[in-house]
Design a protein around this ligand. Sequence first.
Ligand SMILES: Cc1cc2nc3c(=O)[nH]c(=O)nc-3n(C[C@H](O)[C@H](O)[C@H](O)COP(=O)(O)O)c2cc1C
Length: 147
Amino acid sequence: MKIGIIVYSNTGNTLSVAEKLKKNLVKKGNIVNIEKINIDGNKKITNNPDISKYTYIIFASFVEAFHLNPIMNKYLKQLDEIENKKVSAFITQGFSKSWLGGNKAIKQIKKICNNKNFIFDKSGIINWGSKNREKQIEQLIIDFSRT
Ligand SMILES: Cc1cc2nc3c(=O)[nH]c(=O)nc-3n(C[C@H](O)[C@H](O)[C@H](O)COP(=O)(O)O)c2cc1C
């Protein structure tokens, strides 16, 4: 399967999980590209990774102020509708409780994806401040590798 992992990461936490996931998906025989969303000094998106070339897409980003960060939000909203495009998403957040932004961010992503007629498959949250972080990452990689 040709898989695109579309990442917006600021300090690298989300990107590090995406890289581990990519490694496992490749091991399972998939072709996987990580595509980063880039911004300029005015926080304007300078590229909009094209998802149409992938059979399966994983969106990955982080919580900012108890919500999905505005860059990923903006990126998702500008995507074209693609009937039945299979997508999943994971989020990292600083706090150890998902109700401090992670759940809300996933809800926001799901809503946008539903509006685009995508099929939303899996979601995951990594609580960076949790003592179980490494276990959460391990579990997410197992879950997301069942494509
Ligand atoms: C401006 C800002 C606001 C944040 N707000 C929250 C928040 O509301 N809840 C939370 O759990 N983490 C919050 N965080 C922490 C990030 O979500 C966390 O560090 C995340 O893993 C960063 O991902 P990245 O390294 O891929 O950029 C915030 C971080 C920043 C920079």
